[in-house]
Design a protein around this ligand. Structure first.
Ligand code: HEC
Length: 108
């Protein structure tokens, strides 16, 4: 029965990593709704009616998500330090991961 603690160890690690690191697309959507849609329209169809604050001077979130040059790493980098005219929203790394995961769902 000496082996038991050893066998349990990876299971604890797995449980920890899934709660700490798994990006949450639902939370990403909430963050985006609150922090991004005052400037960015979400939908790629060009309608601004669902997001009154959005303008066509700013790329839609869907068009950003579909741009092959705007992969998850690029997006993380951008959201860590955006440049003008987009303000730095000071999102945490976990929030950025969630937003990036949410953006990936828009590209489908
Ligand atoms: C106050 C307005 C504003 C807010 C809020 C805002 N953005 Fe932006 N964003 C902009 C503008 C303006 C640009 C265009 C920058 C440019 O053309 O160089 C931009 C550009 C971007 C780009 C780069 C697009 C590209 O192809 O270069 C990404 C990605 C982006 N925004 C994501 C987000 C996300 C995600 C959020 C919410 C967490 C957000 N933005 C919130 C105004 C905003």
């Amino acid at each position: 029965m000496k082996a038991q603690p050893v066998a349990a160890f990876p299971i604890v690690l797995l449980a920890l990593s899934s709660t700490v690191y798994a990006a949450d697309t639902e939370n990403g959507r909430r963050i985006a709704d609150r922090w991004c849609t005052s400037c960015h329209v979400v939908s790629g169809r060009g309608s601004t009616t669902n997001t009154p604050g959005g303008t066509d001077a700013v790329p839609t979130l869907a068009s950003i998500a579909r741009d092959p040059a705007r992969g998850p790493n690029w997006l993380r980098q951008w959201l860590t330090s955006p440049h003008p005219p987009m303000p730095d929203l000071s999102l945490s790394r976990a929030e950025i991961d969630d937003v990036v995961a949410y953006l990936q769902t828009l590209s489908r």
